[in-house]
Structures are given as structure tokens and as C-alpha cells.
Design a protein around this ligand. Structure first.
Ligand SMILES: C[S@@+](CC[C@H](N)C(=O)[O-])C[C@H]1O[C@@H](n2cnc3c(N)ncnc32)[C@H](O)[C@@H]1O
Length: 346
């Protein structure tokens, strides 16, 4: 167990001998202020974890005293949070695209920004066709599972080079009863030799090895964050081999850092992709770049043609890769859909 930081010791002094649930929450939220973007929410989620209650239960039980054992367990979680442990690892769960995903230290905590990638993929996958989809670097399975939930007919392959990460993805699939995903262990396209897909999606590691942001992300697996010195190594490797794994007119969709849209655009164009566009996240930063393989770059039967090439807005703004920092605000899929630019589907 970690030693409680000073902030926690002074918070303990504020509490009465037998603090109530409401009082404990108030002091915990004040203790976490300055250490978290969402101190009250964090305090509530951690107390829910200790008491095994939904958030509404904290109101119902607000005047109940906290037992000594619960208080000790709560202090332990608060101490870890104060030391930078992501809330998702402490509660063991993270909501993504309205799915409650199990997360462990073996996987990246899914980010709200990645819902943009899901949104753009869905816009290119018809609900009434059995599209084939590849999710490279699936981690907790967040992207593959969101697509499976929205497109039950799709046949999805989720790949990761980390066996422990893949075990988390498989656990999530079982828990959510989303069974149409084939999970494969391996490095990028090595896991799908000779196979082609209608759409390939990836949120690969893209933070440069020397980026100071990595220090603040030290609880998460380095393998999920930093691919090498430039941060472009995984994106380059995926773009270089994607066309040989896509059907004619198939799409490649990539999440990347804020400053990487020009590099990813150049990579896609160098490898013969057309309809290359970048899309901004809800902070206005370009975080997803995509392109479609031209039929001359694929040797597969044209009868497997996937989604259409629709028009959409193009953004080329950029900023540093610190957007990988944990953000505990989750955009609802409803609001994302409201903001979605309409795309034609074939
Ligand atoms: C940024 S995380 C994305 C996880 C998940 N898709 C998400 O969006 O939350 C990148 C993932 O790529 C995986 N990865 C790293 N190198 C890989 C490789 N060579 N082949 C396959 N997966 C790899 C990591 O293990 C990690 O799960």
C-alpha cells in the first residue's frame, strides 16, 4: 500500500471521528482539488467503488456513517489518486461509447477523443451489410467493441501485440456479449496475413519517446503510448502496409496527435490513398486522418468494395501531443451523433 500524501493527512484531520458519507465526500473532493480536473466526480466514483453503490446511492446514504474499514479503503484509493493513478484503474472500469469497459494497467484508458474515430468509422459502415473491419492496436477493445455494438452484421478482427491487453479485450467482449469479434495476437498486419478488409481503424501509439507528456502518463503502458523517437513509427508502419490489406475503395482511419495531421496526410498520399481528410475533435484539434485506397492499389475483387467516398469538412490545425493526457469528462454518444457530419454509405 502506498503512503498517504500530506494532503490526505490534513484531510483526515478535518473529518469528525465518525464522518458521514456526505462529509467524507466533501473533504475528499477538497483534497483532490488541484490534483484532478474533476475532484468531486473522482471523490464520488471512488466512494462508490468502496461502498459498492451507484452514484445515486451516495445521496440516499448521505447521512450514514462511514465504517472504519470503508474509511481506510477510501483513504487508500484517494492516496493513489493523489499520486496520479488514473481513476479508471482505481475503479477498474471506464465508459466508452456508452459501453462499460473493464480496464487494467495492461491497457490504455480509452479516451473520449477516440469516440471521434468510432464516429467516422460508423459513417462508412452500412448497418445492413456484413462489412469486414480491422482494429489495429485494440487495447481494451474499445473501438472494436463500439463498432460491434453499432454494426451487429460487421465481421471485426481486433489485433494487439500485448497478450495481457488482448485478454482484457476478450473479457470485455464476453461481458458485453459482443461475440462477432475475432481477437488476434500479433504485430500490426502480421496477425492478418493475406486478409483484406473493407475498413481498417487504428489508434496506435503516437507520442514521441522524449515527449515530457509521457511523465504524466506513466501509469499507462509505454507500449500503448510511445512507438519510438519521432512518435510516427507506428503510424508509418500501418500506412505502409494498409493498402495490401484493404479491398478496393476501402478506408483507413487513424487517430494521431494534434501536431501529426500534416505528417499522416503526407504518409497517406505517398502511399496512394485518395480522399485524404483530417477531422477535428471537439476542442477543434485535428485528431483523425483518413483516406481511401484507390482500386489500382489493391489486387482484390471489386465486388468487395466497401464504403463510399463522401464529402466532409477538412481541418488542418495542429497542436502538441499533450491531448493524450487523461481527461475524465466523457462525451455522450448522443451528443457525438448530433455533431456528426453526414456521410453517404454504400
Ligand atoms: C493508444 S493504444 C490504443 C488502445 C485502444 N485501441 C484505444 O483506442 O483505447 C495502442 C495499442 O496498440 C498496441 N500496440 C503497440 N504496438 C503494437 C504492434 N506492433 N502491433 C499491434 N499492437 C500494438 C498497444 O499494446 C496498445 O494496446
Amino acid at each position: 500500500m502506498r503512503v498517504a500524501p500530506d494532503a490526505l493527512n490534513s484531510a483526515a484531520r478535518e473529518l469528525t471521528v465518525n464522518p458521514t458519507v456526505a462529509e467524507s465526500l466533501r473533504v475528499a473532493a477538497r483534497t483532490l482539488a488541484g490534483h484532478s480536473d474533476s475532484p468531486r466526480l473522482d471523490a464520488e466514483l471512488l466512494l462508490c467503488q468502496v461502498l459498492n453503490l451507484p452514484r445515486s446511492g451516495l445521496i440516499v446514504h448521505g447521512t450514514d456513517p462511514l465504517s472504519a474499514a470503508s474509511r481506510a479503503a477510501y483513504d487508500n484509493l484517494l492516496a493513489q489518486r493523489l499520486q496520479g493513478e488514473p481513476i479508471a484503474y482505481l475503479t477498474g472500469t471506464r465508459e466508452f461509447w456508452s459501453l462499460a469497459l473493464t480496464v487494467t494497467r495492461d491497457v490504455l484508458v480509452p479516451r473520449p477523443e477516440t469516440e471521434l474515430l468510432v464516429e467516422q468509422a460508423l459513417a462508412r459502415l452500412s448497418p445492413d451489410r456484413a462489412h469486414t473491419v480491422l482494429d489495429l492496436g485494440t487495447g481494451s477493445g474499445a473501438i472494436a467493441l463500439a463498432l460491434a455494438a453499432e454494426r451487429p452484421l460487421a465481421r471485426i478482427v481486433g489485433v494487439d501485440v500485448s497478450a495481457p491487453a488482448l485478454a482484457v479485450a476478450q473479457h470485455n467482449a464476453r461481458k458485453l456479449e459482443l461475440t462477432q469479434i475475432d481477437w488476434r495476437l500479433g504485430s500490426w498486419f502480421d496477425a492478418v496475413p493475406g486478409e483484406r478488409f473493407d475498413l481498417i481503424v487504428s489508434n496506435p501509439p503516437y507520442v514521441a519517446a522524449a515527449d515530457p507528456a509521457l511523465r504524466r502518463l506513466s501509469a499507462e503502458p509505454l507500449l500503448a503510448l510511445a512507438p519510438g523517437p519521432t512518435g510516427l513509427e507506428a503510424l508509418s508502419a500501418i500506412v505502409a502496409r494498409a493498402a495490401e490489406h484493404l479491398h478496393p475503395h476501402g478506408w483507413l482511419l487513424l487517430e494521431h496527435g494534434n501536431a501529426q495531421a500534416p505528417d499522416v496526410t503526407r504518409l497517406l498520399e505517398q502511399h496512394g490513398f485518395g480522399h485524404v481528410r483530417s477531422y477535428p475533435d471537439y476542442a477543434g484539434q485535428p485528431r483523425v486522418t483518413l483516406g481511401a485506397v484507390e482500386s489500382t492499389h489493391s489486387r482484390s475483387s471489386a465486388s468487395h468494395s466497401s464504403a463510399s467516398h463522401s464529402s466532409a469538412s477538412h481541418s488542418s490545425a495542429s497542436r502538441s501531443s499533450d491531448s493524450h493526457l487523461p481527461r475524465f469528462r466523457s462525451l455522450s454518444s448522443h451528443s457525438l451523433r448530433l455533431h456528426s457530419s453526414h456521410q453517404e454509405i454504400t
